[in-house]
Design a protein around this ligand. Structure first.
Ligand SMILES: Cc1cc2nc3c(=O)[nH]c(=O)nc-3n(C[C@H](O)[C@H](O)[C@H](O)COP(=O)(O)OP(=O)(O)OC[C@H]3O[C@@H](n4cnc5c(N)ncnc54)[C@H](O)[C@@H]3O)c2cc1C
Length: 386
């Protein structure tokens, strides 16, 4: 019997025991798991925690240090307002935004790390990613945005909307998720990239990295912008570079809300930093920043908040968003038995981490799935090509 969570795990353990003799023959397996997650970004870490809660023995294989790629680079806006979110993603975006307080509460409690979840809201100026006007957004029209944010430039008196969106510090979030995962006895293999997903009789038996191989009947590809590099199923992911900078605000009260304008966004942190972002560039796997671009971003920020002209630049950086051809994530099973994917979260992976973890744990464990994720299946790309 393979019914229920425990049954599913037992069945899969029996499956891996059946194939283990093959792996031992090659003398490479060091330890076996129920699930191996490739990629220790916010998606892989959140999923690892969710799977551990279900009783699975989980290994995260990370090519570098967990949480140092896109999840480290993100601004942390939890954008679910319906204007910048693709329509097909709206249900998951709304669900994930609703889950955030509880998600953060749990990670903070278990890790002792504060993640700076802020609920001051967002001031949204004019058109956005998809070209819609603020009138399309369910929020409160602001006749005078400077009443909410007196530091805004007096010239900045175009139409704006107030949105009840939250923001979070993704670096702190990842740190909290990593500590929580370790606390829950998720194992980590860091600094050694997964080179292949191994198969026997057409189904997954584990993952091989350069130095070590690990056995498991289930592998989930959470490798972000690199997901497409790992077989056996092919995912059409690509890196989309985002450059950003952080400045020290002249005072902690200079800016309270996230401010989004067509040319730029500003995200205040409770410690007095203000993040200024971001570019959206096709630059391959190049993570360098360009001084002229960082200067342009800074100048655009000064156009919104003149007092930022004197603000000290603390840091600039670039990260690689996991993009897909239709800007939607890829979630669910693949055509290879035991091989799953959770990638392609593009500009919304911080927002979507809680709901992705919940849904993917349900998919992997064979339970009831709370939302229809068929629109995010990797099969949609095969259909298009046909
Ligand atoms: C500048 C910028 C601003 C952003 N702002 C926001 C925002 O405000 N709100 C929001 O919701 N989202 C935002 N995002 C998007 C968000 O950061 C991503 O969608 C999210 O971090 C994706 O998480 P991930 O875990 O899939 O990828 P990553 O964090 O990139 O993690 C993937 C991991 O897989 C590892 N890996 C890759 N290949 C292998 C391999 N072969 N073996 C082992 N490990 C491997 C990598 O080292 C990496 O650690 C932003 C992104 C950028 C770049």
């Amino acid at each position: 019997m393979c019914g229920g969570l425990a049954g599913t795990l037992n069945c899969r353990r029996r499956a891996v025991n059946r194939v283990r003799s093959t792996a031992v023959f090659y003398n490479v397996v060091v330890k076996s798991y129920d699930v191996i997650i490739v990629g220790g970004g916010i998606i892989g870490l959140s999923l690892a925690i969710a799977l551990r809660k279900g009783g699975a023995r989980v290994l995260v294989v990370e090519k570098g240090e967990p949480g140092r790629e896109a999840s480290h680079a993100a601004a942390g806006m939890l954008v679910d307002c319906g204007v910048e979110t693709p329509a097909a993603l709206q249900t998951l975006a709304t669900a994930s935004a609703r889950m955030y307080r509880e998600f953060v509460h749990e990670l903070e409690n278990e890790s002792g790390v504060r993640v700076d979840l802020r609920s001051e809201g967002t001031i949204l100026f004019s058109s956005t990613r998809q070209g819609q006007r603020p009138a399309d957004v369910a929020g409160d029209a602001l006749q005078n945005p400077r009443k909410l944010e007196p530091a805004l430039a007096p010239t900045r008196n175009d139409a704006a909307i107030y949105l009840k969106e939250r923001s979070v510090d993704p670096r702190a979030l990842v740190k909290a998720a990593l500590k929580t995962a370790k606390h829950r006895e998720v194992d980590f293999s860091s600094g050694d990239p997964a080179a292949s997903v191994d198969l026997a009789d057409g189904r997954v038996i584990g993952v091989s990295a350069a130095k070590t191989s690990f056995s498991a009947p289930i592998v989930v590809n959470c490798a972000g912008a690199w997901s497409g590099q790992l077989g056996p199923a092919r995912f059409p992911t690509r890196p989309v570079r985002g450059q950003m900078l952080a400045v020290a605000a002249p005072s902690r009260t200079l800016l309270r809300h996230v401010v989004r304008a067509p040319e730029i966004y500003l995200v205040p942190r409770s410690d007095g930093r203000i993040l200024i972002g971001a570019t959206v560039e096709e630059a391959g796997f190049d993570k360098r920043t360009d001084p002229d671009t960082i200067h342009r971003l800074h100048q655009a920020a000064v156009g919104l908040i003149p007092e930022l002209a004197q603000a000290r630049i603390l840091e600039d950086w670039a990260g690689l968003r996991p993009g897909t051809p239709d800007d939607l994530p890829i979630l669910g099973a693949t055509s290879v038995a035991g091989y799953y994917v959770a990638t392609g979260h593009f500009r919304d992976g911080i927002l979507l981490a809680p709901v992705t973890a919940q849904l993917m744990a349900q998919v992997v464990m064979g339970g009831k799935i709370d939302y229809d994720i068929s629109a995010f299946s990797v099969a949609r790309f095969a259909t298009r090509a046909a």
